[in-house]
Design a binder for this molecule. Structure first.
Ligand code: ACM
Length: 763
């Protein structure tokens, strides 16, 4: 090559590298604890050698993982050598790295060095290298060229020791192949715990040699109401259909089910171990046991196996036969799983059946006052048994109610029981955070859910930071599968939310803009891994839009590669529907349906944008209205906000912002906000109403946002044309149980949504 050409090339390549920002050049999730950018690149070719000294033999498995990845690009495994040299990739043992999962990664144009003390650290380093390589490497035969790594210096270690994902395989079953796919994603994002919810009312999923009926009977069911709901929804969304591979015909009926043999489970555990993931089994007891009771009816106090007021019939803590069963099951579980933990659930127990003579006798003998005491007796006894097997017990925070020993690890989920973490801390229990409000990934995702996960405070700010930081092991997202019947649906529910959690628990630094920019670069990799991720949200419109004369629909795409297709005849857009122009003129009332497609053919959510034409609402006259709104509150269970109209109010106060007043708070309640909105100028306004559970917003007697019904925190928006001045406002909110959220924002002319100012509220 001529010298000037060579120089030109050098200027071009280094120039383009330095023009990139760090998130573009190093699209790592989770972002490392310390990353120092450097210029230049290292190129992997067939001549590159993999250097493993004698000391590095401990990393043989991690070297194998790297080789598998590189083989996809180079066509063959790299040749190995004992000594690092020019153009080698070295896996180096470094005793100075103290964090068990810590590692250092140095990439220069001449050499790559991955250094760790522990194989787990080396594995995490390999995942970092993986994310720095072109995504095409994920697929054999894709032949990525050139295979370059950007120069960099990384020193990394996780913020939290517990970085978990959970999967409920009881409500709907997921086979070994899917668990492997799930674990591949955990590995890619540096998670280290897989919590398997193996048993529940709807299915027992683990072979227990001593009780073969648990799986022969307990792993199968005829369709239940959750299946029926999924089947109904599958008419509009094929991902809601049950996996046909888990259906069988028995006695003229279709049954749904499946389970893991102990051999299957050993395979799952080995696959996890190779990725430095620990599998934590959950055998939920004494409640959530209907599948076991179907197989072993002797487990109940009263011989019944049905639903109580809130939860299902539990097993009986007052009979010795129950403990014999529990100990036999847990003996097999403890022997099968190498994890130091066994999760015993202990959540949501309907204790009304615990009133037999045996229970009275046990309570007298043990000095137990009530049924919560019985639950506590059961939990303590099971914990002692697990300890005798060398295991630590985990349970959901419900178990705090009757009192537990300090040795139990508490998994916090009930966001609405705000004092549970403080109670656990005070009692000396280690804690794992899995709050429903943020980390229940079975809650439907919307455009805010990724950021909500990203902004999670693992250590709640109301706890003493020093002791809490010590007691809180980390966080985990849970995927309950009542409404998740398929693998594609499970992918959609976890991805990309789990990448936000990965960064929270590993990096624990708030750099959301950088994270979003890195996340954009992960979608092609996820597509190659056949992950049916949720296509990120489109922006720039409201689904309930209004116009006075004419307007245009101009949609903002979160990813350049998305293709937007639309219809105006009410039909759902398909892959052959017209492509949406950059600005679609709207001159008459119409409904636009819009779907984003990825180049690989994944389809995003369907948006239905309803355009209504309306004049600017005329303001009303009110003499010297006072500040604030009137908030009238009701205690009771309202499935829809209109049901408050027939209820008797508990009280009424004036509020200065749209927030749930303290006086209204109850397990189940509703609030009606009434008054005027004092709009400062004429225009078309967009209002955003986030509710958990439901709510509606009416302005100037027009329905603006209908976010009614019982659901998790979801934002909905709507528009209204208002003249300057006072307009009647009617905002209804209902809470059916659990944590609550109520948030009202507005925007005008495309401005960023912001809080409705207190000065606009009058009554
Ligand atoms: C739970 O969601 N019942 C732990």
């Amino acid at each position: 090559m001529k010298r000037f050409l060579w120089l030109l090339l050098l200027v071009l390549t280094t120039g383009s590298a330095s023009a990139q920002t760090a998130p573009e050049r190093y699209p790592l999730i989770p972002y490392p604890a310390s990353l120092t950018p450097a210029t230049g690149t290292f190129t992997i070719t067939k001549a590159t050698q993999l250097a493993l000294s004698k000391e590095s033999k401990r990393f043989a498995q991690e070297a194998e993982q790297l080789q598998l990845l590189l083989t996809n690009g180079v066509g063959a495994p790299l040749k190995t050598t004992k000594k690092a040299g020019a153009s080698s990739i070295e896996l180096r043992y470094d005793a100075s790295i103290t964090a068990p999962e810590g590692y250092k990664l140095t990439i220069t144009p001449q050499q790559v060095t991955l250094a760790a003390r522990e194989p787990a650290g080396m594995f995490r380093a390999v995942q970092t290298v993986r994310q720095l390589l072109p995504p095409t490497l994920e697929k054999a035969g894709k032949g990525a060229t050139p295979l370059t790594l950007p120069a960099v210096q990384i020193e990394d270690q996780p913020a939290y020791a517990w970085r978990g994902m959970h999967l409920d395989v009881s409500r709907h079953f997921f086979d070994v192949a899917y668990l492997k796919k799930y674990m591949d994603l955990l590995a890619l994002y540096k998670f280290n715990k897989l919590h398997l919810h193996l048993t529940d009312d709807q299915g027992w999923r683990l072979e227990i040699k001593k009780y073969p009926k648990l799986t022969e009977v307990g792993a199968w069911r005829t369709f239940n109401n959750q299946d029926s709901a999924c089947i109904r929804k599958s008419k509009d969304n094929p991902d809601m259909a049950l996996e046909t591979k888990f259906l069988r015909q028995r006695n003229g009926q279709t049954e749904y089910g499946g389970f893991y043999t102990q051999d299957d489970m050993r395979g799952i555990i080995a696959y996890a171990a190779a990725r430095h993931i620990e599998v934590i089994p959950e055998i939920d007891m004494p409640g959530h046991m209907m599948a076991a009771i179907r197989a072993c009816p002797f487990l109940t106090c009263n011989g019944k196996n049905d639903w109580g007021k809130l939860f299902s019939t539990p097993i009986c803590p007052c009979n010795e036969t129950t403990y014999e069963f529990v100990e036999n099951v847990l003996t097999e579980v403890a022997a099968l799983f190498p994890s130091p933990y066994v999760h015993i659930g202990a959540d949501e127990v309907e204790k009304t059946s615990w009133s037999t003579a045996a229970c009275t006798e046990l309570m007298q003998k043990e000095g137990i006052k009530d049924v919560n005491g019985l639950q506590s007796y059961f939990v303590r006894r099971v914990e002692r048994f697990l300890q005798s097997k060398g295991k630590k017990m985990i349970g959901w925070d419900d178990m705090l109610e009757g009192g537990i020993d300090a040795s139990a690890t508490v998994m916090y989920w009930r966001s609405w029981v705000k004092d549970a973490p403080a109670k656990a801390l005070h009692n000396g229990n280690p804690l794992i955070m899995t709050p429903v409000s943020t980390l229940y990934f079975d809650n439907l995702p919307d455009k805010n859910s990724v950021e909500k996960v990203y902004q999670l405070e693992v250590v709640p700010s109301d706890l003493d930071p020093t002791s809490a930081r010590k007691a809180i092991l980390g966080a985990q997202a849970n995927l309950w599968t009542e409404q998740i019947p398929s693998e594609n649906r499970a992918d959609y529910m976890v991805m990309p939310r789990m990448t936000a959690l990965a960064e929270v628990v590993w990096t624990n630094k708030n750099q959301y803009a950088s994270y979003l920019s890195r996340l954009r670069q992960h979608y092609p990799r996820l597509a190659l891994l056949n992950v049916h991720y949720r296509v990120p949200d489109l922006a720039g419109f409201s689904e309930e839009s209004v116009f006075t004369d004419r307007t245009t629909l101009a949609v903002e795409k979160p990813l350049d590669q998305l293709i937007l297709r639309y219809t105006t005849d009410g039909s759902t857009p398909t892959a052959t529907s017209p492509v949406l122009p950059a600005a679609l003129p709207i001159t008459q009332p119409t409904t636009v349906k819009l779907v984003a497609f990825t180049p690989e053919g994944l389809r995003g959510d369907t948006y239905t944008i309803r355009y209504r034409q309306q004049p600017y609402a005329t303001p009303v006259a009110a003499k010297a209205p006072a500040s604030g709104l009137t908030a009238t509150y009701f205690t009771g269970y309202f499935k829809k906000s209109a049901l408050m109209q027939e209820a008797k109010a508990n009280g009424s106060i004036t509020v200065t912002s749209v927030q749930v007043p303290k006086q209204a708070e109850a397990d189940q309640f509703g609030v009606q906000f009434r008054g005027y909105l004092d709009v400062p100028e004429t225009g078309v306004y967009t209002f955003y109403l986030t509710c958990d559970d439901g709510g509606t917003l009416r302005l100037a007697d027009r329905m603006v946002v209908d976010n009614d019904g019982l659901h998790s925190a979801i934002e909905k928006s709507g528009q209204v044309a208002l003249s300057k001045g006072l307009h009647p406002i009617a905002l209804d909110f209902v809470e059916g149980g659990g944590g609550y959220t109520l948030l009202l924002k507005y925007s005008k002319d495309g401005s960023e949504p912001q809080q409705v100012p207190a000065s606009w509220l009058k009554h």
